[in-house]
Design a protein around this ligand. Structure first.
Ligand code: NAD
Length: 427
């Protein structure tokens, strides 16, 4: 992972903003996170000792609405990374036209080393520290890497206990019984899948002839793999943090998922009801997976996995960024020169925040939508955003990433100008 992930995110906004002829004042505004909170989180461990963890929350920009973004639990979380992720959230919400700004949070922790009760105490401690910083009207967290619906449920509960009100809109990605939305669980993968269907129309891809490799088999990676396989795409490689499996003839995604739930290991299996058998396959590394000769590569784990060092070895024709920031900015040009089309993270993984927005809207309305309504509205937003970005890229001869950033920065710029800028006051 890049040491300078924030600088990388920052430079990308600066250079795309400049080429899109956006006012330097607006770009400058995007270089300054609005507010950052770090807190020490004391947690009573199961053996009676107390351990201290660091919690971070960044509200990056709220010009278009309350800040919105997930909370990540990972030992490599840094302030830099949280700021980069919060900047990407600002761009992402603007690309798909949501009434949100961008934020992000994290705890420096390896959640796999905690017991379930320690994890609950840690999650509640995070909310106790952040209770005056977050809120349904100003900053709304959600799940990210190694956080899930249960953790969101604990967090919402803690917030409500502190504030002595019912405020389900403080956090999204909650369990459905605690005010979560139907369709939130697979929303990120579904959003990426909808982008791939649009891409397939534009590029005339036949699903059964299209091979796919997926790095990361968590919430984003699993669902996009499942939906693509149902559509006829051939999923030939899958990985998790421990390694990757490859099979030219393709995998049965649900069998592998079922086995992983049971044994916690990624195994190349085919299941007939409850009987799962190993299928012939190769074991490869995560870096080999990235360089496979496939049609579509989907990085769905962590940022910074495609760098200027390995970009020249990438053979995929399309990269669909389900993870945030998997391609470093200095790898972009190399991939562009090779003719690889990238659906950028700020578009490809926007399905998650879009259904989070639906959840927040339902919480505020006190009215639950059906799954069909969620899918219909998500489909509408993702298809229009994809078309908008694709058309802008064609019109202005830009990459899809440049076009997505251009659209977002212009939207944020229009909102800033609506408040009045130097040009307005000087004229
Ligand atoms: P998750 O915790 O559910 O899954 C992460 C997966 O990545 C796991 O399978 C894990 O084993 C794997 N992984 C971890 N380190 C790895 C490594 N070094 N190499 C290969 N695999 C590795 O997380 P998620 O929610 O699926 O998030 C994955 C990515 O998608 C992140 O970049 C996240 O920011 C982004 N994202 C997620 C959502 C969402 O709603 N879940 C929304 C937008 C973006």
């Amino acid at each position: 992972m890049s040491e300078n992930v924030f600088e990388d995110a920052f430079n990308r906004v600066k250079s795309i903003g400049k080429s899109a002829k956006v006012s330097p004042e607006i770009i400058d505004g995007l270089m300054h996170p609005k507010a950052i909170m770090t807190a020490s989180l004391p947690v009573r461990m199961d053996d009676g000792s107390t351990k201290y963890f660091t919690g971070i929350r960044c509200q990056y920009n709220n010009v278009l609405g309350p800040t919105k973004g997930g909370i990540r639990y990972h030992p490599d979380v840094t302030l830099e990374e949280v700021q980069a992720l919060a900047l990407w959230m600002t761009i992402k919400c603007a690309v798909v036209g949501l009434p949100y700004g961008g934020g992000k949070g994290g705890i420096i922790v390896d959640p796999k080393e905690l017991s379930p009760m320690e994890l609950e105490r840690l999650s509640r401690a995070y909310v106790r520290a952040m209770a005056d910083f977050i809120g349904p009207q100003n900053d709304i967290p959600a799940p990210d890497v190694y956080t899930n619906a249960r953790i969101m449920g604990w967090m919402a509960d803690e917030f409500e206990a502190i504030k002595r009100v019912k405020a389900p809109g403080v956090i999204t990605g909650k369990p459905v019984r605690l005010g979560g939305s139907l369709g939130r669980d697979d929303a990120t993968g579904r959003g990426a899948y909808l982008c791939i269907l649009e891409l397939a129309k534009k590029q005339k891809l036949a699903p059964e002839k299209t091979t796919v490799a997926i790095q990361g088999f968590g919430n984003g990676g699993y669902h996009v793999a499942r939906l693509l396989q149902n559509e006829g795409y051939k999923i030939v490689a899958i990985s998790d943090s421990k390694g990757a499996i490859y099979r030219k003839a393709g995998f049965d995604v649900d069998s592998i998922y079922k086995e992983k739930q049971k044994s916690k290991e990624l195994k190349a299996v085919y299941c007939d009801h409850s009987v799962c058998e190993l299928v012939e396959h190769e074991t490869i590394s995560n870096s080999e997976l990235l360089e496979l000769d496939v049609d579509i590569l989907i990085p769905a784990a962590l940022e910074g996995v495609i760098t200027k060092e390995n970009a020249k070895n990438i053979q995929a024709k399309y990269i669909v960024e389900v993870a945030n920031g998997p391609v470093e900015s200095d790898a972009d040009q190399i991939l562009d020169d090779k003719g690889i089309i990238i659906i950028p993270d700020v578009l490809a993984n926007a399905g998650g925040v879009t259904v989070s927005y639906f959840e927040w809207a339902q919480n505020r309305q006190g009215f639950a939508w059906t799954l069909e309504k969620v899918h219909e509205r998500l489909g509408h937003i993702m298809r229009s955003a994809f078309d908008d970005v694709w058309n802008l890229a064609e019109k202005e001869k830009r990459s899809l990433r440049d076009a997505a950033y251009t659209r977002a920065i212009r939207r944020i710029g229009e909102a800033i100008e609506a408040h009045g800028t130097r040009d307005y006051f000087n004229s």
